[in-house]
Structure formats: structure tokens, C-alpha cells
Ligand binder design. Structure first.
Ligand code: ASP
Ligand code: MG
Length: 405
């Protein structure tokens, strides 16, 4: 009898009626002879609402106490889900993250999992119970409650699936699976049936917000098969594994975008070894992830560096650069909030030349100017004017024939 881990996101457990529907699905899976471990998110927009409550008290709430607060959302869901499953006559038990031994580092708000105990889960499964675990939370070495960053329940699910040696980790969401682009922008977007971790990772870090990025990294590291499935219908969704050969026939598998980044430009940096290191070390020390970086050609020994970070890291990033301003001799720091990042992703780029040319031509055909470019082996990203996002996405989706797969 195999173990299946099923994770249900916030919209799947938003109301008692949703919870009952989900519970029915879980009981069915159990009755088919599986051992089932369920991971749930906080109901609906509960996490946002909790953040909002704290923000009504202060702009910068204490990070440790924020985790204590946010963890309550998931705790609500596990209890209600266990109640729902039991009401259908199936035995179930709920546990918080700390109770099942999810040990993390102490970076409150985006802690990393360092260890998973899991003995409690194994014991309960042996007693034929469905086990419900709270997503998104753990505890650090001091037994302080931590959270894993937004969307972190996906990571909890994958980590538990790995620790238990589960057959598959199923992520149930309010979408049909992974699509070629956002269907709200391009109604012709198609379902991708099978995708590799690698491509999924690039798509997620480029703005496809369906699956938490760190959960994909984790699944890839341990080769845990993931399936993204719809909660509200029987669709099979998208399978994510090491290989997804059929995608190689395509130039590009998906078009994604993100409006959640801002561009910071640091002007007047003396162009000598070490200065970029000083600037980006200061940023790294604040635990800020930098995405794109572009350095201008230097003129008379002076250069400028532009980089992008997540919107919510703006304040911290500026403070970090300010700190080394005098040391480096920086003249000026500017921010641009009106940008978007558009990316095309596909393993097909390895075997097809000219994808960048096609992308840039398509953008010029719709009058879009490119401000920054970055590439990986299977992704090309550009920063453009935010107002042109939707036009650019529609154009690229058509250019790469994604409406015809
Ligand atoms: N409830 C948390 C969030 O909204 C974690 C999750 O849903 O995965 O980010
Ligand atoms: Mg602590």
C-alpha cells in the first residue's frame, strides 16, 4: 500500500462546503487502498487577513510574533479538515508542523526546512488514520514557530512526501494545472500535461505563481514526482518529473510574466574590482534575492549597475545599498517601479537556435522596448514597461504557436 501526499491550497478549503468536498475526495482516495497524508493551507485569504491585522497595529511587526500569528491560519484548516473527514466515517488526526517534527532554521517569515521527524505521521498511518498536517509552518531549534514563506504549504507537502517515501505528491489547486500562460491574459492558453522540474522551476521563478518555487527545487533534489491537479473537477492536471521529453519538439513551452519586481539602478560606481562584490554582499546580508543584474559599459572609469528585486524587498534593498554608498563612492540610487519581467521558457531552446531573435522580433512588432535581458540555458527574460505586459504576453504566446499544442 503506497503513501500519497495530497496538498490542498487556500481556495480549496475556503469554506466549510469546500472542506466537505475535499474531505470526500480524500476519503475516496483512502478507500481505494492508499495511505493518505494531507497538507492544507490556511482557508481562503486568511493569511492576507492576518497580515493585515498586524499591519493595522504597526508597519513593521515583530517577525517572530508574525510567525506565531500566521501559523494559526493553517491550524484552523487542519482541525476543520479532520472534523470533516471523521464526519464521513473515516478516521483522521490533525497535527501542526512542529508536532510532526518539521525543524527549520530561524529565519522568521522564510525559514528553510533542515529536518523532518515524521515519526508521528508513520505511527498514525499504521493505525489506519488519514493524517492531516498544517502546511507552511515548522519550528526552529529554540522551538519557536517559524513559517516557510508565502505559498510554503507546497514545500511542506513535498518535504513530507520525500521524508515518507511517498509515491507522488499531489498539489490540488484552483486551476486545471500548469498552462502555457496565464489564461486570464490569453484565453487560448493550453494545459501542459507533463513538464520537467527544470522547466517548471524556470517558469515559477519567472512569475508563474501556481507552484511554490522552493517546493519544486526540493522535489527535484529528491526526485519526488509532483502532480498539480484541479480541486474542483476530476482533471489529471500536470505531472512534474525529471524528464518531459515531448516538450523538446517545441521551441518554447510557456510564457510567463511578473509584475512583482522593481528595478534599482546604482549610478556612478568606480569601475574597479571589488565594488560589485561590496554592493551585492550588503544586499545578500539582508537575505534579499536579486533577480536580474545588468552592468553598463563603463565610461571614464565609472559604471552603473541595475538590478531587480521583489517589490516587498524595496525598502531593505535601498537601506543595504545606502549602507555601502560612501565606502564604494556611489553617486546616486534610483528606483523604477513601472517594470514587468516577461519570460519564455523551454528545454527546446537547447536544440533550436534563434529563439531570442524570435522573441525580440515579436516584442518589436508590438512596439515594446527591452530594458534588460537575462538568459539561462532554457529561459530568456526581458524587463519591459509594465503597461505593455499583456500585449507582449499575447504576442509571444502566438509567435511560439502555444495556442496550437
Ligand atoms: N497560507 C500561506 C500563504 O497564503 C501558505 C500557503 O498557502 O501555502 O502563503
Ligand atoms: Mg527564534
Amino acid at each position: 500500500m503506497g503513501i500519497i501526499v495530497q496538498k490542498f491550497g487556500g481556495s480549496s478549503v475556503a469554506t466549510p462546503a469546500n472542506m466537505k468536498d475535499v474531505a470526500k475526495r480524500i476519503v475516496k482516495c483512502k478507500n481505494e487502498g492508499n495511505q493518505v497524508v494531507v497538507v492544507v493551507s490556511a482557508p481562503g485569504d486568511e493569511t492576507d487577513e492576518l497580515i493585515d491585522l498586524a499591519k493595522q497595529i504597526t508597519d513593521s511587526p515583530d517577525e517572530r510574533e508574525m510567525d506565531v500569528l500566521l501559523a494559526t491560519g493553517e491550524q484552523k484548516s487542519i482541525a476543520l479538515m479532520a472534523i470533516a473527514i471523521k464526519a464521513f466515517g473515516c478516521d483522521a488526526i490533525s497535527f501542526t508542523g512542529p508536532q510532526v517534527g518539521i525543524v527549520t532554521d530561524d529565519v522568521h517569515g522564510k525559514a528553510r526546512i533542515v529536518k523532518i521527524g515524521g515519526e508521528k505521521i508513520v505511527k498514525a498511518l499504521k493505525l489506519d488514520k488519514v493524517v492531516i498536517v498544517a502546511g507552511f509552518q515548522g519550528m526552529d531549534e529554540d522551538e519557536d514557530i517559524t513559517t516557510l514563506g508565502r505559498g510554503g504549504s507546497d514545500l511542506t507537502a513535498v518535504a513530507i512526501a520525500t521524508a515518507l517515501g511517498a509515491e507522488v505528491c499531489e498539489l490540488y489547486k484552483d486551476v486545471d494545472g500548469i498552462l502555457t500562460t496565464n489564461p486570464k491574459v490569453v484565453p487560448e492558453a493550453k494545459l501542459i500535461r507533463h513538464i520537467s522540474y527544470e522547466e517548471m522551476l524556470e517558469m515559477a521563478s519567472a512569475g508563474a505563481q501556481v507552484v511554490n518555487v522552493r517546493s519544486i527545487e526540493y522535489a527535484q533534489r529528491y526526485n519526488m514526482p509532483m502532480r498539480v491537479r484541479p480541486t474542483f473537477n476530476e482533471g489529471l492536471g500536470t505531472m512534474i518529473t525529471m524528464e518531459a521529453r515531448e516538450m523538446e519538439k517545441l521551441y518554447v513551452s510557456g510564457v510567463t510574466y511578473s509584475k512583482d519586481e522593481i528595478k534599482i539602478t546604482v549610478y556612478g560606481i568606480p569601475d574597479k574590482p571589488g565594488n560589485a562584490g561590496v554592493i551585492f554582499r550588503a544586499i545578500a546580508e539582508e537575505n534579499i534575492n536579486v533577480d536580474m543584474i545588468v552592468q553598463d559599459v563603463s565610461e571614464e572609469g565609472i559604471t552603473n549597475i541595475s538590478f531587480t528585486v521583489g517589490k516587498d524587498e524595496l525598502k531593505k534593498s535601498l537601506a543595504a545599498v545606502e549602507k555601502v554608498k560612501a565606502k564604494v563612492g556611489i553617486k546616486n540610487i534610483m528606483i523604477d517601479e513601472g517594470i514587468a519581467k516577461i519570460s519564455v521558457v523551454g528545454v527546446g531552446m537547447r536544440s533550436h537556435a534563434g529563439v531570442a531573435a524570435m522573441m525580440f522580433e515579436a516584442l518589436s512588432e508590438c512596439g515594446v522596448n527591452i530594458e534588460m535581458i537575462s538568459t539561462s540555458e532554457i529561459k530568456i527574460s526581458v524587463v519591459i514597461d509594465k503597461a505593455k505586459t499583456e500585449d507582449a504576453v499575447r504576442k509571444l504566446h502566438a509567435k511560439f504557436n502555444l495556442d496550437k499544442i
